[in-house]
Design a binder for this molecule. Sequence first.
Ligand code: AMP
Length: 298
Amino acid sequence: MTGNESAGAGAIDVVTTIAEVRRITDGHRAAGRSVGFVPTMGYLHDGHGSLMRAAAADNDIVVASIFVNPLQFAPDEDLDSYPRDLDRDRSVAATNGVDLLFAPTTAEMYPHGAVLTTVSVDKLSQRWDGESRPTHFAGVATVVSKLFNIVGACRAYFGEKDFQQLAIIRRMAADLSMPVEVVGCPIVREPDGLAMSSRNVYLSPEDRCAAVVLRRALDAGEQAIRDGETDPETVTRALRSIVDGEPRARLDYAAVVDPVTLETPPVIESETRLLIAAYLGDTRLIDNCSVRTGQDRS
Ligand code: AMP
């Protein structure tokens, strides 16, 4: 598909070129309409849907992008097998209030092949997920910068599901004075507590059942803090021991972090984020939750 594909009545427009998106969003802004933006890699689920609905509530026009960004995948990762279904995505986006879907090809986004200019957010990108995926966040920050420059949105919506990514994008936008408000949205979960993710389709039925261990571990850490535990190491051990009790799961990391710096505080004394990453089979899943000391469970 090239250029602007106009869909049938009630369906959503899919645009594949940078020039066309710019033409459309420039027009909206010139007419005084606010533009909200939801960047995704597609294979949409209700986690994406919640971002789209938030964008539709706050803005006159909502643009969502679908782009499986090669720059954020390491050579041994799942770029080629990442699930894709543009037709389905188109109807999910339309149902959730998106006005325009931007689905560029890799050649449209990276016409010169390799990029010589990248955006990297120091420190925040190196720890946690960055230890397992050292090039990942520079790939994310670079493509999000490009998408911000292309769409020219007033507000951009990101899920707390990828909490480290959200912290990095917030910092990038602040450091580079990007004219966009970065809005974080709560994690949407399956009924059993597993955070929705496009990658959940990789899980075998047995691993899918076992995957709920991430949420159970976070609950245990949260409970320990509510019970008065202030030592991050003790809380981390509580998370670790829950995951160790599930034979199908292998912990990558569990951490207690400050939500802005992503550093582990010496003592837990205010709002804290618990982060966890674990493998179920070959699939690496991440999850997190916020804990405020002295706060009731929500
Ligand atoms: P992805 O398509 O995985 O790159 O995700 C696109 C956006 O959707 C990111 O901002 C994610 O954090 C967000 N997202 C993914 N899963 C969820 C979820 N379960 N709840 C809320 N937001 C999500």
